[in-house]
Ligand binder design. Sequence first.
Ligand code: FAD
Ligand code: DHB
Length: 387
Amino acid sequence: MRTQVVIIGAGPAGLLLSHLLAADGVESVVLETRSREYVLARIRAGILEHSSVELLTDVGLGERLARESMPHRGIYLHTPEQRTHLDFVDLVGHGIHVYGQTDLTRDLVDARVRGGQQLVYEVTGTALHDIDTARPYVTFVDADGAARRIDADVVVGCDGSFGPSRQAVPDPRTWERTYPYAWLGVLADVAPSTDELIYAWHPDGFAMHSMRSAAVSRLYLQVPPGTDIAEWSDDRIWTALAARLGHGRDGWTLTPGPITEKSVLPMRGFVAAPMRHGRLFLAGDAAHIVPPTGAKGLNLAIADVARLAPALGALLRGDGALAAAYSDTALARVWRCQHFSWWMTTMLHVTDDPFDAQLQLAQLRWVASSEAGARGLAENYTGLPLR
Ligand code: FAD
Ligand code: DHB
């Protein structure tokens, strides 16, 4: 086989990149290790920045998003002292949208299938070759067990944190932070007990109330890393959420319901640079991971490919300037988001040091009471402009 761009990984980064390239007349093939059903069922992030929504709408992916996403003006910051609503629309002129990564992935897969683009699922043994030449190629074994090879002009690694693409960059510089906490995330068939997300600081640990629809809630609890999910019965989860989110205070109540999914997520910050080597480019989690507190992982993957698609289009037409700038420009945004995610994470997650707790509460009081403090959070949370 031959194509212009081989994209490794059918997560949001790979699927959106393929869509953006097609709109620019560039042909691509997407390779994915998992099955279509697995990719479509994966439950992950839930918040789209204003600029992500704008981009998706501009490129014809906004129809279901406009109908089914939940536009939110802001978030609540909650502590045992107070609950404060930060109104992002008032503070910075726009809000965010709650839209599950699952829904976005379905929109992207549907658009790829409608566009007749090639999506090859259940591949194994993906290997990259000759990426420092103008004729790179990728080999893999297809679902029927046949060895295959695709020749291309460019290979893009959108294969997440465990894929082979990052390993193909010789001597990358890497930075890593492992946070000393994890999240226990649950999905529950119960109407959200709040109109907008609640981010809560509590001496027992962070908690968050998010949602997926008018009938489905998404909630998270800070737990120690390595926590065994078996230790957390549904009752224990709801009791901890009620305590940390302030059930019973000022008339607010948390309504529990049947939990349909639960998992423990480690929290890590990671960056690998450069995001390009020869004709290999990296985008999304393949190059960087952020802890989830700032809701940036999915949005950063979108931002990377929004920058990469026009760069590849120009490169294939003979102008390599944008492609040469890609790694540096993408990394500037990555580090801004890495910083914001670290800031939100360290402000809201409890450690065993009582000095930390007082610093966190002082910072939360400042954000809740100062327009400058609130605006800084709002600007970062809703997302900096893509271009
Ligand atoms: P991915 O979505 O990881 O996609 C990579 C794809 O590459 C996958 O489909 C994978 O199967 C495929 N692949 C891997 N290896 C190969 C190979 N060898 N060959 C072919 N294909 C391959 N972010 C938030 O902002 N908020 C959250 O609450 C949140 N929760 C998360 C929960 C979990 C469990 C995880 C893992 C991530 C979460 N994230 C969250 C992060 C967010 O989901 C990611 O940042 C986002 O999915 C990045 O998109 P991506 O396309 O770069 O990578
Ligand atoms: C969700 C996840 C996040 O990491 C976050 O900061 C906000 C919401 C969610 O899954 O809904």
